[in-house]
Design a protein around this ligand. Structure first.
Ligand code: ZN
Length: 395
């Protein structure tokens, strides 16, 4: 195993340490100056060290990154965007490995070392998007780890054949299958959920369902998902993405749904979009409901926004939810890193022995300061290997 030591860094703003890495993992964390340095020595310069960021909700197949600017178009509703994307993507060559690679490189540049990406699976692209993303990941030689959710963006039961595609994707390495607004997209929530749960159970994969529907319609689908999760073998393997309804419901209704999610181990991802209702994140924390942050799609036919910086997403989360105390500001950064470990199937993700050696250095006083300024990533180490130095990619 190649040995390397990152010397003199301040993990989460604590006293300086040396981090000894063996191969792709952290072997030991010792007070600064105590490591018997063997192999490569990397000077950390006393900078703040954080674990690599985990992007728990991305769409790396959808982007036109690397191409000339594409004006936003289509009707500004979920259905309108689905239709616009399907009408426009082929002409732009989406999906393609070069754009997916460009997105992954921006993630890496900003210190994200692990990603859960939804990848469109539909009657138009079949499983080609998944192959494209795998090609992009391979081109980066292991610098970033990506797990795939086979995502039926265009609907499930309204498009006969999509369930079979999801089944094939699941048997070919997707770690989860997705779903989307079972009520408003398929207009048959029971049939969509029955189909998805059957595939997930048969193929022993997780479920990650986009739920944009708000208010009571969203709440109704929460109840259906909780009920099915309770009756299935998928305890702890179901994620709801967005779930805007939860921010909109009266407090009592919200408590019931949170209790149901906690009981069935349902996790949550959000991209904390501005102009949406804050989520009951404290209620989630109290109940131990996993909450992950993501970029969603960036520079694609859904949105022109996004630069791939998950620390800025954490900042957006903190501002949307009015976080002020040091404890809560640090919590926002934990959501973007340690606390998201489960979304990429890691038992531990932190600056501790046994974790993957994914480390980000920034010039900041402490974690809170890093959050509110989102400064340049001075050094990024992924799997024990330096992938960004002085803010510039080395892969
Ligand atoms: Zn999404």
């Amino acid at each position: 195993m190649a040995l390397a030591t990152l010397v003199n860094v301040r993990p989460w703003g604590a006293e300086p340490v040396d981090i000894v890495m063996s191969g792709a993992a952290i072997e030991a964390v010792v007070p600064a100056g105590r490591a018997s340095v063997g192999g490569e020595r990397i000077d950390g310069g006393g900078l703040l060290a954080l674990p690599g960021f985990i992007n728990a909700h991305a769409h790396v197949d959808k982007s036109w990154w690397g191409q000339p600017w594409v004006p936003y178009g289509g009707e500004a509703t979920t259905q309108g965007r689905i239709a616009h994307e399907r009408a426009t993507r082929d002409g732009l060559g989406i999906p393609n490995a070069a754009s997916a690679t460009a997105v992954l490189r921006e993630f890496l540049r900003h210190g994200t070392t692990a990603v859960r990406s939804h990848v469109d699976v539909d009657l138009g692209v079949g499983l080609r998007g998944i192959e494209t993303v795998r090609e992009a990941v391979d081109s980066l030689g292991g610098a970033i780890e990506v797990e795939i959710v086979a995502f039926p963006q265009d609907g499930v039961v309204r498009r006969p054949g999509v369930l079979d595609l999801l089944d094939r994707a699941a048997s070919a390495g997707a770690t989860s299958i997705g779903g989307i607004d079972p009520a408003s997209v398929d207009r048959d929530p029971v049939a969509q959920l029955d189909g998805l749960f059957a595939v997930a159970e048969r193929r022993d994969v997780g479920l990650d369902i986009h739920l944009h529907d708000g208010g009571e319609l969203g709440a109704f689908q929460f109840e259906l998902i909780i009920d099915r999760t309770r009756r299935s073998g998928l305890h702890g393997r179901v994620t709801i993405s967005h779930g805007f309804a939860l921010g909109e419901l009266p407090a009592e209704r919200r408590q019931d749904l949170l209790d149901g999610c906690a009981e069935t181990g349902i996790a949550w991802t959000t991209v904390a979009p501005p102009r949406t209702a804050p989520l009951p994140w404290l209620g989630m924390r109290e109940r131990g409901i996993p909450l992950g942050l993501g970029t969603d799609g960036i520079r694609d036919l859904w949105s022109p926004y996004g630069d791939g910086d998950l620390l800025r997403v954490a900042l957006g989360f903190a501002r949307l939810h009015g976080l002020r105390t040091d404890e809560d500001l640090v919590h926002a950064v934990e959501l973007a890193s340690t606390r998201a470990a489960g979304f990429v199937h890691r038992a531990v993700h932190d600056l501790v022995a046994g974790a993957r050696a994914d480390i980000v250095l920034v010039d900041a006083e402490n974690t809170q300061d890093a959050l509110v300024r989102a400064p340049r990533r001075q050094l990024v180490i992924s799997g024990g290997r330096v992938v960004v130095r002085d803010g510039e990619l080395r892969v």
